[in-house]
Structures are given as C-alpha cells and as structure tokens.
Design a protein around this ligand. Structure first.
Ligand code: 9RB
Ligand code: ZN
Length: 370
C-alpha cells in the first residue's frame, strides 16, 4: 500500500494561548493559566513517533498548500473568511467565532494550510499518486460551520476537501466517517441537504456541541437519509465501536456506494483522553481502520483520505495515530506500551446498553427522519 502523509511544522505554531485547558485564565475566579487543551503536543508527538518508529520511511510525503479563498468559500461564507483574516492581522490574534476557538497572529494562514492539507490528501488519492492518505493537520475542522468557527476549529478542513472532490474531480458520491469523540456538526451542516455526501458521525452522546448529533438528525430535502448519527453511551470501548462499525457504518457505506471515503480522525475517544469518556485502544483504532479499508477496497478501489481532528492525551494519541497509519500503509513497527493496561479495562466488550443504543441508531423510525 502507498500511503500519503501531509504534515507541516507550522501546524504546531497555531497559537491557542494560555488557558486552563478550555477557559481563559482568570486568577480572581481561581482559574490558573496552563496550556490550552488544543495545543501542539499531541500532533507533534504523533509526527515524531512516526519518524522514530520508522513508519515515516514507508510514507510518501505530500506537501500541504494553503486552501484558496475559492476553496474555503465552497463551505464558509465571506463574512467568516474575512473576520478570520482581519483578526489574524492583530498582534494577539482573535477567535474563530464561538469564543472557544482562539488563534494567534497569522492564524489565518495556518488554518488555510490545514484545509489545503486535507485537500492535497484527497487530491493525492484521487489522482492515484497514493492508495490512501493521512493529513496530520492543525487546527482541526469538523465543528466549523458555514458562518463561524467552533470548538477549536477555524475552517472545515474535511468539508473543504470533500467539496474539492466533488467540484474538481467530478465525484458524485463521497462518504465521510467521523470517529472523533465529538459530533461532526460542521461537516454534517455543510452537506445536510446534499445527496452527494453521506456524513456518518460516531460520537459520545451529547458532549460537544451540546445537544448535537442526535439519532433523528438524518439530513433534509434531497439529502434526507444522507446524514447518520450514532451517539454512543459514555464508557464505550473497542467492542461498542466495532459493533457500530459492523452493524451501522459498513452497511450504510455499502448502501451509499461512495467513490471516496474521507475520515475525520480524532483520537479523543481513546481510553486515556482527558476530554471525553470512551475507552478505545490503539488496537480498536487499528481494527476500525482495517474494517474501513476492507469496505473501501470493496466499494471504491480502497480510496480513503483521513484528516486529523481532536485527541488530547499527549502520550497516548501518538500510539493511536501510529496504529491507524500503520494499517493504512500495511506495515508494523512498535508496540503500544499502554495496550496491556487499557485493553484490560473492564467493559471493553460490547455492553447490552451500548448495543441497544447502536441498534436504535439503525432503527430510526421514518417519522423521525426530518
Ligand atoms: C465551554 C464549553 C468545548 C468542549 C469540548 C470541545 C472539544 C472539541 C473537540 C470544544 C469546546 C461550552 C468551555 C459548551 O475535540 N472536537 O473534536 N467547550 N465547551 N461552554 N463553555 C463555556
Ligand atoms: Zn473531538
């Protein structure tokens, strides 16, 4: 397998500032400054593990380039683009729209490079230069909505890349699988009425955005049935994720027959993540990737492009990302030293209430499909 890999050191320079994780520091309120939870560490350490493990020697580097205004405007409105651009000129930068998505001076150029990185990953796959690809980009993108950034996301990297596949490569059907632990609301919104794009989101039920990603959100108009949400109970591990893959995701992909599958790949459903409460192991991510590649081989010549989203444990994210990229490339390198611990956590197997939640996602009654 030839696997493309997009990365640029400047992704680590996207400056989310000093926060107490999520909140701006506020000494009088007892909020002591620390790093913002969406800082460079997890992604930079993943990149470095790819090098140190030797996997990088098996990957084909794909250079990111900035997304053009035309590409960004396929997803976002002019007001959002201009606001980010204007605030990016300020010495202290600004916020992409919801007060939770800070960026530093020059943040526009880095966010455009992240979106363009996802575009280049899709391009490399569709042009046949590689079999599949992974774009390790920052800032993330799946929460960004047409009119504003959200949840650490500035531009919708995956949505912009999917639009590129439709507009430039002339694809008629593209599927997005979002396995970040949070709902992929931005990507869903970009294609909610669009029958050409199936968006599937596996996420912990009601974490972020609040009240988003419910089972009855199924698309609208021509796009009715082309949004699919699988909210999973807190505590879901490898068993639940693989059951969801086998009973919901794979059948939905088979029914839709995509010509390309794009993955919004967050690792915040891992057993070690500080921002959510799922229990997926690196072997879980490896197995999800294996299943997805098998389905892609059956449906679309194996064409899969992934773009990085969340994941906040700096010691564990690298091993999850390594497992995914090893699987894309068909190579094994280092073992995950955490695996004996996390795979031994009680409840990794599918639990009855998790099965019920996943089965309910399949069986959304027709009357709720609006
Ligand atoms: C705050 C709120 C959050 C919580 C989680 C994320 C995760 C993003 C991600 C982003 C923002 C709310 C601080 C709501 O990893 N996506 O993949 N913010 N949560 N209200 N307030 C005050
Ligand atoms: Zn997330």
């Amino acid at each position: 397998m030839t696997t493309g890999y997009v990365y640029h050191e400047i992704f680590g320079w996207h400056d989310t500032g000093t926060h107490a994780g999520l909140f701006p520091s506020h000494p009088q309120a007892g909020i002591q400054p620390l790093a913002h939870v969406e800082n460079a560490d997890t992604k930079r350490r993943l990149h470095e593990l790819l090098v140190v493990s030797g996997l990088m020697d098996h990957l084909v580097r794909v250079r990111p380039r900035p997304a053009t205004e035309e590409e960004i405007l396929r997803v976002h409105d002019r007001a959002h683009l201009d606001r980010v651009k204007a605030q990016s000129l300020l010495p202290k930068g600004g916020d992409a729209g919801d007060g939770l998505s800070p960026f530093g001076q020059g943040g526009y150029e880095i966010a455009a490079l992240a979106a363009g990185g996802a575009v280049e990953a899709v391009d490399a796959v569709l042009a046949g230069r590689v079999d599949n690809a992974y774009a390790l980009v920052r800032p993330p993108g799946h929460h960004a909505e047409p009119g504003r950034g959200m949840g650490f996301c500035v531009f919708g990297n995956v949505a912009i890349a999917v639009h590129h596949a439709l507009a430039v490569h002339g694809l008629e059907r593209v599927a997005v699988l979002d396995w970040d632990v949070h709902h992929g609301n931005g990507t869903q919104k970009a294609f909610y009425a669009d029958p050409r794009v199936l968006t599937i989101s596996l996420h912990q039920d009601d974490v972020f955005p609040p009240h988003s990603g419910r089972r009855h959100e199924r698309g609208t108009g021509e796009g009715l049935g082309t949004a699919l949400n699988v909210p999973l109970p807190a505590g879901s591990g490898d068993g639940a994720y693989l059951y969801a893959m086998d009973t919901v995701v794979t059948p939905a992909l088979r029914a839709f027959r995509p010509q390309l599958i794009v993955v919004a790949s967050g690792f915040d459903a891992s057993a070690m993540d500080p921002m959510a409460h799922q229990m997926v192991t690196s072997e879980g991510y490896r197995a999800l990737t294996t299943r997805l590649l098998d389905t892609a081989a059956e449906l679309c010549g194996g064409r899969v492009a992934m773009s990085h989203e969340g994941g906040y444990n700096p010691t564990y994210v690298p091993f999850c990302g390594l497992a995914v990229m090893e699987t894309l490339a068909g190579v094994r390198t280092l073992d995950d030293p955490f695996l004996p611990i996390v795979s031994g956590f009680a409840g990794q197997d599918l639990q009855p209430h998790q099965r019920d939640a996943i089965d309910a996602a399949i069986a959304v009654p027709a009357r709720d499909r609006t």
